[in-house]
Design a protein around this ligand. Sequence first.
Ligand SMILES: *Cc1c(COP(=O)(O)O)cnc(C)c1O
Length: 424
Amino acid sequence: MKKEKIYDEIGLDAELIKISNEVFEELKEIFNEVDEIASFNQIKVLKAMQKAKLSDIHFAATTGYGYNDLGRDKIEEIYKTVFKAEDALVRPQIVSGTHALNLALSGNLRPNDELLSVVGLPYDTLLPVIGIKETRGSLIEYGVKYKQVDLKEDGSFDFIGIKNAINENTKMVLIQRSKGYSTRVSLSIEKIEKVISYIREIKKDIIILVDNCYGEFVEEREPIEVGADLIVGSLIKNPGGGLAPIGGYIVGKKEFVENAAYRLTAPGLGKELGATLGINQSILQGLFLAPSVVASALKGAILAANLFEKFGFTCVPSGKEKRADIVQAIILNKKEAVISFCEAIQEVAPVDSFISPIPSYMPGYDCDVIMAAGAFVSGSSIELSADAPMREPYVVFFQGGLTFYHAKYAILFTLKRMREKGII
Ligand SMILES: *Cc1c(COP(=O)(O)O)cnc(C)c1O
C-alpha cells in the first residue's frame, strides 16, 4: 500500500502507520454512509434557499431597530423550510445555545406549569436556568415546577417512569438529543420519535422541546419531523457551518416561537426587531456548508473512536456504532493522558497553536476543566476542539473539524504524542 505523505509529516512509527492503514480500510463503508447523509442534507439546504429565492440583496446590513431586515427574515424562512417547521427565530442577539434554550423555556412556561425532563439531568448550563442548581432568576424562582425521569441503565427511556410523572400540570417535556458532556448514549431520531408518540398518547397538548445541539444534519430527519414542537440550537455548532460568528435558533410551532421571541425582545415586539449588522451572509453561507462540515466532523469522530479502540480505550459511541451527534467521548483513564491529548489538539490548531491548555476553574463545573480550542470563532465547537473535566474516569470529549483532513492530522498527531509520552 502507498504510504501517505501525512505519515512522514507527523513522523509516525511503522506500527502506528500499520494500525492507521488497517483502520482506514475498515472505515470505507461507514464513511460512505456519512457521505450519503451529507448529500441528502446538502440538497435539502440548497432547495430551501432556492425556494426562498435567496438573493444578494439579503446580505445587506441593517442597523438600529432592524425593522424590515429582509435578510434576517429570509434566514428564518430558510431555517423553517430546512427543519420542516411553521416558524423560526434565528438571531445574532441570541448569544449561545443556553440563551436560546432559556428563551424557549421561559417564553413558554408560566408559574405552576411543570417542566419534565425525560433524559435525566439536562446539560450543565441548564441547571441554573431551570433552578436545579439554585440561582437568582431561574424558572423555579418564578414558580415553574421541575420534574425529571432518568434514562435507564442501558440509556433507554424509562417509559413507565414517564407515564407516572406526567400530570395535568405538565406543560413541557425536555428531550436532549446529544449526550453533551456525559457518557450516556446520544438519542437517535428513531428513539426520539418513539418517546414523542408515547408522550402524545398520554397527553396530547404537551409542548415537546428538543435540545438539538450537536445533532443537526447528523441524520436525514430532524426532531420536528417526528413530532417535536420546538427545537433549539447554537449557530457556533453544527448549523453555522463554522462561518456563523454568533447566534442561536429556535424553530417550531408558530405560537411557541413567538413566545420565545417575546422573551428575546419584548412582549408585543417579538420578531419584528433585531438588526443583523452585516452577518446574514455568514449565517447563510455557513448553513449551506453545514451538511458537509458536519460530515467532516463525524468522520473525525469515527476515526478517533476506531483508532483509540485499537489501543484498548473505551469510546462512546464505539467505533462502529451509528451516530446521533458529533461528540466523541474517549475514556482515557489517566489525568496525564487527558492533558496530553488536549495539548496535542491545541498544537495542531490553525489559531493559537503556540498556546498550551492548562486545567483550570470553569463556572458551572464541580472540578477543573481543560479545553483545547484553536478556533476562528471563539468557543466554536464545530471547529476541532477537545474538553475534559479533570475527574475520574478521565474522559476527553472530542468534537468538530471544519475539514476531515485537519481532524485526521490532529488524531494521528495526538496518537504520536501519546506514544512519545508512553501512554499508548
Ligand atoms: C452546547 C450545548 C448546549 C449549550 O450551548 P452553549 O452554546 O454552550 O450555551 C446545550 N445543550 C447541549 C446538549 C449542548 O451540547
